[in-house]
Write a protein that binds this ligand. Structure first.
Ligand code: F6R
Length: 614
């Protein structure tokens, strides 16, 4: 949700900031802008739409300067247009700011500033903050760093900001509260700042993740100084990035989403590598090892997340309850945080998040922590906010996910949940040796089986061509395939804009069946397992109403094929692992339907990868 990039040093800032914005475009693509500082003058370039529009706009202009701040926006306050694009300038043009987050009390601050005679040029909360900083600086005579700090003391809300001032050209000020910011420390006393490490990795691996309430002064002459909001100086904690540059490129694929779908055999293997040995019969998730007894003894585990990660929680609920007999409740983080939920000491709240930055999920964890719960996390992005506030957790190790639609993150989340459930079930004595070993060896075989599904891409593409013009679609599944149905529907709607809904197959007759006619594609997970016969009956109900059935079936299935208009076979596996395989054909299908409908697959309209505002 909005991307920030900044540079100060001896190199030209524009190419660094522009490239960084392209890397962060997945966080928002309503507008973008760059401010450059040279010879105590700030040059400002802003454009509605993609970063490419900005690049075309700046191309023929003077874009020199060794300090720069840039922003790619996902609009919150005010429509996406040139005027509301960041950076914003103070009224006298001396200060420039980029901001990710929401200033909740901006209206009050704006009125106060207007009463002093200030006139605003945009509808944004960010411009208000910029004017406030400038007003404090002018009236107190303080330097930029202190003025920013005093302004932030008046702010209610979330922010990651970078501020630049033409009167103090040797420094940038960076600050965060509830929105992420990383500082890269270059080799020549130069500094990079970004919303995540992807724009930084090609220049330096030495980074400092800002914590909430921290303000960094990046001075080309004096180095990095870190303060809290009360001006107490802190020692920066420098970490080494593990990110690799190749992981941020498309690697020959047309889209990041396609690349990420195809990466799944590897990302699933990376996720369980070193954590699982079927031959020796062990699972070890180092991150939560010391919390396993707490989990086993907890009254319940509340899993909180949003979107695709919430679907992973639903699979987790099924695994934890069925395998380990541990009571799980799954909650939308956005509902949980505002519902005054009953949380007792000894409860465990487990958050799942690809980005580790989702605002609602963070807030749900903070609430749970304040009420005495142990908070755990499953995150993909190393060093992300959620991974740092939780008591313990596990990374999914899926590598950077750049396509806005989540694919490999989902299968990695489900893999971690499976490892957790298996380990807890074993510890609780709920899984006998042969079932335990079978589960582990089946998990080890999942990457090959996912590859077999990927090998069916041509067939799936033909099915996509058949249904690409649908206006609606239903996805049905039972048991742990119900979340797969939800996930299938979400993938289709978010990238192809076809209205789609996921339902537990048996719920269909309580309403959605009324929608079925010969135009309606119904995607059903009908793999062999405990509810197979029941799903077959649900399929017949659809066929009786002339609906089109596209079934995911177990290899060799003959029964469903008789009724299905189209089918995709997936390899047989342990019943607990079906979601890991069954979700893949739906990803491929959605991808090709979106491509055939000429949709922007990696950057669907109105969406952003990392939802750091409520
Ligand atoms: C859908 C999708 C979103 C995210 C959701 C949570 O494809 O990507 O629904 O799953 O915004 O994001 P994270 O997992 O980063 O907390």
């Amino acid at each position: 949700m909005c991307g920030i990039v900044a540079y100060i040093g001896k190199k030209e800032a524009y190419p660094i900031v522009l490239k960084g914005l392209k890397r962060l475009e997945y966080r928002g693509y309503d507008s973008s802008g760059i401010a450059l500082l040279k010879n105590e003058e700030i040059k400002l370039f802003k454009k509605e739409g993609k970063v490419l529009n900005l690049e075309n706009h700046v191309e023929s202009k003077d874009n020199s300067g060794t300090r720069g701040i840039g922003h790619t926006r996902w609009a919150t306050h005010g429509p996406p247009n040139d005027k509301n694009a960041h950076p914003h300038l103070s009224q006298d043009g001396a200060i420039a700011i980029v901001h990710n987050g929401i200033i909740e009390n901006y209206d009050v601050l704006r009125q106060e500033l207007e009463s002093k005679g200030y006139k605003f040029n945009s509808d944004t909360d960010t411009e208000v903050l910029c004017y406030l900083i400038a007003d404090i600086k002018k009236n107190t005579g303080n330097k930029l760093g202190k003025s920013v700090r005093l302004a932030l003391q008046q702010v209610v809300g979330a922010y990651a900001i970078v501020v630049m001032c033409k009167d103090e050209p040797n420094k940038l000020i960076a600050a965060r509260k509830s929105s992420p910011l990383v500082i890269g420390i270059g080799k020549e006393n130069d500094f990079y700042v970004a919303s995540d490490a992807t724009p930084i990795v090609e220049y330096t691996k030495q980074v400092v993740y800002l914590n909430d309430g921290e303000i960094a002064i990046l001075n080309e002459k004096k180095g990095l100084k870190l303060y809290n909001i009360d001006e107490v100086q802190k020692d920066p904690y420098v970490e080494e990035l593990e990110l690799h540059l190749e992981a941020l490129e498309k690697g020959g694929y047309d889209h990041f989403m396609l690349k990420e779908i195809h990466e799944q055999p590897h990302s699933i293997e990376d996720c369980f590598r070193g954590r699982l040995n079927a031959k020796e019969g062990w699972v070890s998730l180092g991150g939560i090892k010391y919390y396993e007894n707490d989990i086993i003894n907890a009254n319940r585990i509340v899993m909180v997340a949003c979107g695709t990660s919430w679907h992973a929680c639903l699979v987790g609920e099924y695994l934890f309850e069925d395998l380990a007999r541990i009571n799980v409740e799954v909650e939308y983080a956005s509902e949980f945080r505002y519902r005054n939920p009953i949380i007792n000491e000894g409860d465990i709240v487990l958050a799942i998040s690809q980005s580790g930055e989702t605002a609602d999920t963070m807030a749900a964890l903070e609430l749970a922590k304040s009420k005495g719960a142990t908070i755990l996390g499953i995150c993909n992005v190393v060093g992300s906010s959620i991974s740092r506030i939780t008591d313990a957790g596990s990374y999914t190790h899926a590598g950077p996910e750049i396509g806005v639609a989540s694919t490999k993150a989902f299968t990695a989340q489900v893999t971690v949940l499976t490892l957790m459930a298996a380990s807890l079930a074993r510890k609780k004595g709920k899984l006998n040796d042969s079932k335990y070993r079978n589960l582990l060896s089946s998990l080890e075989a999942i990457p090959q089986k996912v590859q077999l599904v990927l090998d069916k891409t041509e067939k799936i593409k033909k099915i996509a061509a058949k249904y690409k013009d649908a206006s609606n679609a239903l996805y049905l599944g039972r048991g742990s395939s119900f979340p797969v149905a939800l996930e299938g529907a979400l993938k289709l709607k978010e990238i192809s804009y076809i209205h789609a809904e996921g339902y537990p197959a048996a719920e269909m007759k309580h309403g959605p069946i009324a929608l079925i006619d010969e135009e309606m594609p119904v995607f059903v997970i009908a793999t062999k397992g405990p509810s197979y016969e029941k799903v077959v009956s649900n399929i017949q109900e659809v066929k009786a109403r002339k609906g089109k059935i596209i079934a995911i079936v177990t290899e060799g299935d003959e029964q469903v094929k008789q009724f299905a208009d189209d089918y995709i076979e997936i390899p047989e596996t342990n019943e607990y692992l079906v979601p890991l395989i069954a979700t893949v054909p739906f990803q491929i299908l959605s991808y090709y339907i979106a491509v055939m409908r000429e949709c922007n697959v990696d950057q669907p309209r109105n969406l952003a990868k990392s939802v750091t505002v409520e």
